[in-house]
Design a protein around this ligand. Structure first.
Ligand SMILES: Cc1ncc(COP(=O)(O)O)c(C=O)c1O
Length: 416
């Protein structure tokens, strides 16, 4: 009898039978408050009726209109719709299926456009698991260990992490930018540096928002040296942080933007966006793929964008995110084992720390499990797995936020 590979590990013991809005149900019809959203994917909730309707209609019309063979209307319409929400000038789009593929598409484009090889990535960053994306990833050795050699031409520099670095945000930014400047004179000359890739909120690395002045500092340096700024919005995009794009908090304009996850409410779809001139530098035939820009995924993405707009989900993410963060801070005040609560919008991390200031993975794991036992599904992140993160769908209500905070408080009380 065949079995799933043991390499697949589940964060919770739930066998999900169906999903509806913020809830998942198991085969015994037990209901769980899903504050994982499939790792930030089900932006409109599970099976939003408008997404279901759009996908079902498309399944009966055209499933696979392979985009290097023919073009199909859903992809053209989606491109138009994304044009309404993308930063000005980033109006040329290319589609693939996953975040990792889109990251690699962005690297290909940056290298071809500049004729330079090096990509600057940040310590703690996560950009995916395919070999090129893994080479850019340093959120944990599990993604890199035992599979090298990885793609060459990647250099790492620190990300500002005030909590871990024991300093103020301003000091962390000053230091990280100084280290970046140091890198350009020691390791990767600007003439060899194609791009900087950065997450607006360090995701798998521990839910650490990039301070706006840090992103602005990177933008200035990119402009000064003709380096492209790639913003990886795979997890932060489509309203997750309470603005449509995570980098909107810093009011900067990236050269290349990567989006996936929340874009299609659960269908595999990702995209990179860049300006016309930049996208025109891609070498013909260098990008593509069998399944990229799938018609059903594109139809679901159009419906997702419609729901995000019509139900004002970006504003809801800001409002409910503030409520959730306030509730979590109150809980943390009762439990000194939670050393830091931080995040942007509906992307919030609770970092567990021992009394002597070390990562407390054991307690984070117990809290995460105790929450699942109380019907609240969560995930962990951070290099030590000691950050319990909350990423509910953007449709979450105030009552559901309060319910989650109450269950979280009960879970922590139970393990105290
Ligand atoms: C910021 C970021 N980039 C890239 C990826 C990789 O996406 P995928 O798992 O779809 O390949 C992820 C996935 O978590 C992510 O959070």
């Amino acid at each position: 009898m065949a079995e799933l590979s043991p390499v697949l590990k589940q964060a919770t013991p739930v066998l999900a039978a169906r999903g509806e809005g913020v809830y998942l149900y198991d085969e015994q019809d037990r209901r769980y408050l899903d504050f994982t959203a499939g790792i930030g994917v089900t932006s409109t909730g599970h099976c939003h009726p408008r997404v279901v309707e759009a996908a079902q209609r498309q399944v009966g019309t055209l499933i696979h209109g392979q985009y290097t063979t023919v073009m199909h209307r859903p992809l053209l319409q989606l491109t138009e719709r994304l044009g309404e929400v993308l930063p000005e000038g980033l109006d040329r789009l290319f589609y693939v299926n996953s975040g990792s593929e889109a990251v690699e598409a962005a690297v290909r484009l940056a290298r071809q456009a500049t004729g330079r090889q090096n990509i600057v990535a940040f310590q703690g960053g996560f950009h995916g698991r395919t070999m090129g994306a893994a080479a850019l990833t340093s959120s944990g050795t599990k993604v890199r260990a035992g599979i090298g050699p990885l793609m060459p031409g990647v250099v790492f520099t620190p990300f500002p992490e005030p909590y871990r670095q024991h300093c103020s945000q301003a000091e962390a930014v000053r230091w990280a930018l100084a280290e970046f400047d140091h890198l350009l004179v020691t390791l990767s000359s600007p003439r060899d540096t194609a791009a900087i890739i950065v997450e607006p909120v360090l995701g798998e690395g521990g839910y650490i928002p990039a301070p706006p002045e840090f992103l602005r500092g990177l933008r200035e340096r990119a402009d000064q040296h003709g380096i492209l700024l790639i913003v990886d919005e795979v997890q932060t995009g489509v309203g997750r942080t309470g603005r449509f794009w995570g980098h909107d908090h810093a009011a900067i304009r990236p050269d290349i933007l990567i989006t996936a996850k929340g874009l299609a409410s659960g269908f595999p779809l990702s995209a990179i966006a860049a300006g016309e001139d930049l996208m025109a530098t891609a070498w013909p035939g260098s990008q593509g793929g069998t399944y990229g820009g799938n018609a059903v995924a594109a139809a679901a993405a159009i419906a997702t964008l419609d729901v995000v707009r019509d139900e004002k989900l970006v504003d809801n993410a800001a409002e409910q995110g503030a409520r959730l963060q306030e509730g979590l801070r109150k809980v943390a005040a009762e439990h000194p084992v939670i050393g830091d609560v931080r995040g942007l919008g509906l992307m919030i991390g609770n970092e567990f720390t021992t009394p002597d200031g070390l990562p407390d993975t054991a307690t984070a794991t117990r809290a995460h499990q105790a929450a699942a036992e109380r019907g609240l599904l969560l995930l962990t992140c951070g290099p030590h797995g000691n950050v319990v993160r909350m990423i509910p769908p953007l449709i979450v209500t105030a009552e559901q936020v309060d319910d989650a905070v109450a269950r979280w408080a009960e879970a922590l009380a139970a393990i105290a």
